[in-house]
Design a protein. Structure first.
Ligand SMILES: *Cc1c(COP(=O)(O)O)cnc(C)c1O
Length: 451
């Protein structure tokens, strides 16, 4: 199919995710032919550095020899089979190894096939746990302002990004939303050095008042991704764990974006040394090859469902592609790569490189902050530096950066006025440097007009 025909048929029949389709009139989608390590390569042979890991999923680059082999090997055995009443080695090995690597106490793995589903599973497990544990009044969920946990109705209910949820508000679950950490515009007038996690008081107040109604608190540990890569201290998670213990509330960690090395540790909760009661993983779990998600649970939660069939306590949730063998085989190989290639240890250099660009970005007149959390970094653009006044959202500054970066050979898909970097973990340093340079030039170009 030639490019013109491809784009014509795309316009006629394809509805793209998270997109105002009319934008394609001026910026049509880019047809990708293949990938190679850190690059996406379009049908004309143009290369784009994948600065956002293709929406946060890719860990080790595209067209990875080891992952290709793992996929092919498994395809030569079986691609998929029913996972109720049947089981298979990739799922069993993956489960055992994830439980060994996960924070202490998470000992059971429930499979699904995307992050939103893993969140739904966690919410339903927590709710049903309390129904079956003599506390049926504990039915509501607590989440943070600007949180993102996915797009299905349950996941959207615990989300806090109005952009994604406002129109659906009348059909969402009625939960509690707490003001979350905002270290760039700290309402307590602190900065990252002087912070004593004052903002936790909002959570403390709500939970100490309403714990009788609360099943669980769901959080994105350390980095609120879709909120604009808001990075907050690990101490918040320690306080949260204590609070949950004090008031018998589940702590659900949504590590869908931050898991698998993004924060510089395998899982973000390691920075705080705490264990959640339920943990959701997806995105990087297959290295960005196939959809797969898991919800890890403690034995205590599992035991509340374990009884004779007639007790009607089972967790009767399922998806057709639960435990897909191809995806599980890839996930096992991802863990092999982490172990054999000492991936976590190898992150020091790229993390230092990201950090070294902070002064350059922060010297720009329209950059309010350069923040970093492990292998994730973000530049927040502001109209006025002193007051941290944002650019009006209608100006779509982020989109301007996106276009400019594409023309320079990089994929950066900003979140509003936040330009962020979430590259594959093994992006070579020279390419990472090039990516940062492209972002810098794109920001200079797109903010020049405002002065
Ligand atoms: C992406 C994401 C989800 C949703 O995962 P999908 O696979 O896109 O449904 C949930 N939580 C967080 C923190 C995410 O970043």
């Amino acid at each position: 199919m030639d490019k013109a025909e491809l784009l014509r048929l795309d316009r006629e029949h394809v509805w793209h995710p998270c997109t105002q389709q009319k934008d394609h009139e001026t910026l049509p989608p880019i047809p990708i032919a293949r990938g190679e390590g850190p690059y996406l390569i379009d049908v004309d042979g143009r290369r784009y550095i994948d600065g956002v890991s293709s929406w946060w999923v890719n860990l080790f680059g595209h067209n990875h020899p080891r992952l290709n082999r793992a996929l092919n090997d498994q395809a030569g055995r079986i691609a998929h089979h029913i996972f109720a009443g049947f089981t298979h080695e990739p799922a069993v090995e993956l489960s055992a190894r994830l439980c060994a690597l996960a924070p202490n106490g998470l000992n059971k793995v429930f499979f699904s096939d995307n992050g939103s589903a893993a969140v739904e599973v966690a919410l339903k497990m927590s709710f049903q746990f309390w129904q079956q544990s003599g506390r049926p009044e504990k039915t509501r969920f607590v989440s943070l302002s600007d949180a993102y946990h996915g797009e299905t109705l349950g996941a959207l209910s615990v989300g806090g990004c109005d952009l994604y949820r406002e129109v659906y508000r009348p059909i969402l679950l009625d939960g509690f939303r707490v003001q979350g950490p905002d270290c760039f515009r700290c309402p307590y007038g602190r900065n990252r050095q002087s912070c004593d996690i004052e903002c936790f008081e909002a959570m403390e107040r709500l939970v100490s008042e309403k714990h009788d109604e609360i099943a669980a608190i769901i959080i994105e540990p350390l980095i609120q991704g879709a909120a604009g890569m808001r990075i907050y201290p690990a101490g918040y998670l320690r306080r949260l764990r204590e609070l949950c213990d004090r008031f018998a509330v589940h702590y659900i960690a949504d590590e869908i974006a931050v898991g698998f090395g993004r924060t510089g540790r395998l899982f973000a909760n390691e920075h705080a040394g705490v264990s959640p009661d339920l943990m959701c993983l997806s995105k990087g779990i297959t290295g960005g090859y196939l959809p797969l998600a898991v919800t890890l649970a403690t034995d205590e939660i599992y035991q509340a469902f374990y009884d004779d069939y007639v007790s009607m306590k089972a967790f009767l949730h399922s998806h057709s592609y639960t435990g897909n063998p191809l995806a599980c085989a890839l996930a096992v190989e991802v863990l092999n790569i982490f172990e054999q290639e000492r991936v976590i240890e190898s992150l020091h250099e790229p993390m230092a490189l990201l950090e070294s660009w902070a002064p350059r970005f922060e010297a720009l007149p329209n950059v309010g902050e350069f923040r970093r959390g492990g292998m994730v970094a973000a530049v927040e653009l502001v109209q006025e530096k002193e007051t941290k006044t944002p650019f009006p959202w209608q100006e779509r500054r982020g989109l301007c950066v996106y276009r400019s970066a594409l023309a320079r050979g990089a994929l950066l898909r900003p979140l509003g006025n936040v330009v962020y970097f979430m590259p594959p973990l093994n992006t070579p340093l020279s390419i990472l440097e090039e990516l940062l340079g492209i972002a810098y030039d794109a920001i200079v170009e797109t903010t020049a007009a405002s002065r």
